[in-house]
Write a protein that binds this ligand. Structure first.
Ligand SMILES: *[C@@H]1O[C@H](CO)[C@@H](O)[C@H](O)[C@H]1NC(C)=O
Ligand SMILES: *[C@@H]1O[C@H](CO)[C@@H](O)[C@H](O)[C@H]1NC(C)=O
Ligand SMILES: *[C@@H]1O[C@H](CO)[C@@H](O)[C@H](O)[C@H]1NC(C)=O
Ligand SMILES: *[C@@H]1O[C@H](CO)[C@@H](O)[C@H](O)[C@H]1NC(C)=O
Ligand SMILES: *[C@@H]1O[C@H](CO)[C@@H](O)[C@H](O)[C@H]1NC(C)=O
Length: 557
């Protein structure tokens, strides 16, 4: 079936191609909840990063109706000659609606219309003001998690399909991730709980932690492959432990109320250093560690959390970080490895650090950053993070975990094709970046159809789902493109700039990239199209029509 895109260009531009298909197009499939893009060994969708020349403005769009990184390439201020251009692109599916991009240069007017029934827009045209001379935080990057589950699922797939997963996430023609989070030992997304040196017990020399576990050796090989097929020189790997071996814990178990026995504070610091050494020896250096995943699970939330966790209260963690972990790392060959604190939900900010500082004044000097999880972001405002950053300036703030499906009222597992879940991601990333966050890391980069495997049946959704029945298909969900609207177009080193939208219907965050171009990400969560008047402090004005439920990245000079 033919997927037809009609461009009605009321004027002629230096318009050369509709690049969404120049690289390779989305092979769409309608699912119960929406639409996914299918990848097989032989086909996967990519987008060569479109670069506007001095006069151009690019709009990269995804919409509930079916656009996925559709690129409109336009030029400002050329001589008007009326032409109509029609382009037909061959597609295997007719799920996509006819789409039209209408450009009227005389009025500096850009309309992106999808499905003619959506032409009616709200009459009010909100103004978006972009002032590139007002600068905020710098972007560190974006990434996803490489858990035992992820490694296992990748291992089921033939090399070509595995490579598509790596490239889709980490290549610049994919969504350009540069960060990766991995557990030290096991986590809930694994086939069993595990740690290094489980035996012998009470072994402060960690005599059985002299080489990587075979599971980690496989992970390292996969990460090597990821780097090479993605043309990635540096991969920022962040490592975090979920739990120590049980003999180091007060309750001797993987879960429940269990803290680190004080007698093992030194051993637990050495354990982290050993992991850094062994990963480095495999030429897979670690960029950052955290003080441990979700410390409150082992203190307060053990009724709900049944997976391996190590409990900390700020007072104890201050002692461990200040007297053991901090000095151990800073006096080692790995002194430049960054240390992130907390690695838990927003509601623990900023009191966690205030408490730590009370116990050991100066302890926070050992921290390079704050790691935040997004599970309760809808109930706890990002101002908590702003407050923390105001009181404790100079740290990198990263969201280090995010997924949907953990709440009692949510489907525990994928809602394949759900636009709503993608929109929830887009909104969360956008709000994070509008505040003090420097980057954003997703949870598992792939899961199976059920949202696992997880040894505690803790099923959730993921941006890419693997078909474990035929092992020949993976599904890129709207969540994937949602993250990509940021990660692909807002590379490391970009600086957030002022972008004010006088409307609640459309949300925006804008950046100045290292190449000096502007990238603005817009989110229309309304059921109808919304017209926005963009007013750039250098470029001037342009009107953009955003279709119902759509995301856009606008890139211009
Ligand atoms: C579409 O398919 C037709 C016939 O199969 C072919 O001639 C044409 O070049 C194709 N167009 C594109 C844009 O691939
Ligand atoms: C940390 O502790 C020191 C010494 O008690 C104090 O001066 C400082 O204000 C504290 N910082 C924060 C952010 O609470
Ligand atoms: C996975 O593949 C099988 C066999 O081709 C198919 O029946 C099933 O519907 C696929 N699963 C999903 C989630 O599409
Ligand atoms: C755009 O911004 C400039 C500078 O603030 C202002 O002079 C101009 O009136 C604005 N245009 C619109 C349409 O608001
Ligand atoms: C942009 O911000 C700068 C610095 O605050 C200010 O001087 C300038 O007037 C602003 N420009 C516009 C067009 O609002």
């Amino acid at each position: 079936m033919i997927y037809k895109i009609i461009f009605l260009l009321s004027l002629s531009f230096n318009y050369d191609k509709f690049t969404a298909n120049a690289s390779s197009y989305c092979m769409p499939r309608q699912t119960k909840y929406g639409l996914v893009c299918v990848c097989t060994a032989d086909h996967c969708d990519y987008l060569e990063n479109p670069q506007p020349s001095s006069n151009e403005l690019l709009i990269i769009s995804s919409s509930k109706e079916g656009l996925r990184f559709a690129v409109s390439k336009l030029s400002f201020g050329e001589i008007n000659t009326k032409t109509n251009t029609e382009i037909s692109l061959n597609e295997s599916n007719d799920d996509f609606k006819n789409s039209a991009v209408i450009v009227d240069n005389r009025q500096h007017f850009v309309q992106l219309l999808i499905d003619t029934s959506e032409r009616s827009t709200s009459r009010f045209t909100p103004k978006l003001r972009v002032n590139r001379s007002v600068e905020y935080q710098k972007v560190t990057g974006f990434g996803g998690a490489f858990t035992g589950t992820v490694s296992l699922l990748l291992g089921l797939l033939d090399q070509k399909l595995q490579d598509h997963i790596y490239k889709s996430y980490y290549h610049k023609d994919g969504i350009g991730f540069n960060m990766l989070r991995t557990p030290i030992g096991g986590c809930d997304f694994d086939l069993a709980p595990w740690a290094y040196n489980e035996e012998p017990r009470d072994d402060i020399k960690l005599s059985n932690f002299q080489k990587l576990d075979p599971r980690d050796e496989i992970k390292v090989q996969q990460m090597e492959r990821l780097k090479s097929v993605s043309d990635l020189e540096t991969l920022k790997i962040m490592a975090a432990a979920w739990s120590s071996p049980t003999w180091m814990k007060t309750n001797g178990k993987w879960t429940g109320i269990g803290l680190l026995k004080t007698v093992y504070y030194k051993t637990w610091a050495d354990y982290h250093l050993r992991f850094l050494e062994l990963m480095d020896a495999k030429n897979m250096p670690i960029w950052a560690i955290s003080t441990g995943n979700e410390p409150l699970n082992g203190i307060a939330f053990f009724f709900f959390v049944h997976f391996m966790s190590l409990g900390w209260i700020p007072r104890n963690q201050a002692v461990w970080l200040n007297d053991f972990l901090g000095p151990t790392i800073r006096k080692s060959k790995y002194k430049n490895v960054l240390i992130f604190g907390n690695d838990d939900q927003r509601y623990s900010y900023p009191w966690w650090f205030i408490q730590m500082n009370r116990t050991r004044p100066g302890v926070l000097n050992y921290l390079d950053g704050f790691a935040v999880h997004s599970y309760w972001d809808e109930m706890f405002a990002p101002n908590l993070i702003d407050l923390t950053v105001t009181q404790l300036p100079g740290k990198i703030v990263l969201n280090t975990e995010s997924s949907i499906g953990d709440k009692p009222w949510q489907t525990h597992g994928p809602e394949l094709g759900s636009w709503e879940r993608g929109e929830q991601y887009a909104r969360d990333i956008l709000h994070n970046l509008q505040h003090s966050y420097n980057g954003w890391i997703d949870w598992n980069i792939v899961l199976d159809e059920q949202g696992g495997p997880s040894y505690v049946n803790n099923y959730v959704d993921a941006a890419v789902i693997v078909n474990t029945t035929n092992r020949a298909e993976i599904y890129k969900q709207p969540i994937f493109y949602s993250m990509g609207h940021f990660s692909k177009f807002v590379p490391e080193g970009s600086v957030r700039i002022e972008a004010r939208m006088l409307s609640l219907a459309v949300e925006v965050v804008a950046f100045k990239r290292p190449d000096q171009r502007i990238a603005a990400v817009l989110l229309n969560g309304e059921n109808h199209a919304v017209e926005v008047l963009l007013n750039d402090s250098v470029r001037g004005e342009i009107t953009i029509n955003l279709p119902a439920h759509s995301w856009h990245t606008i890139v211009y000079n």
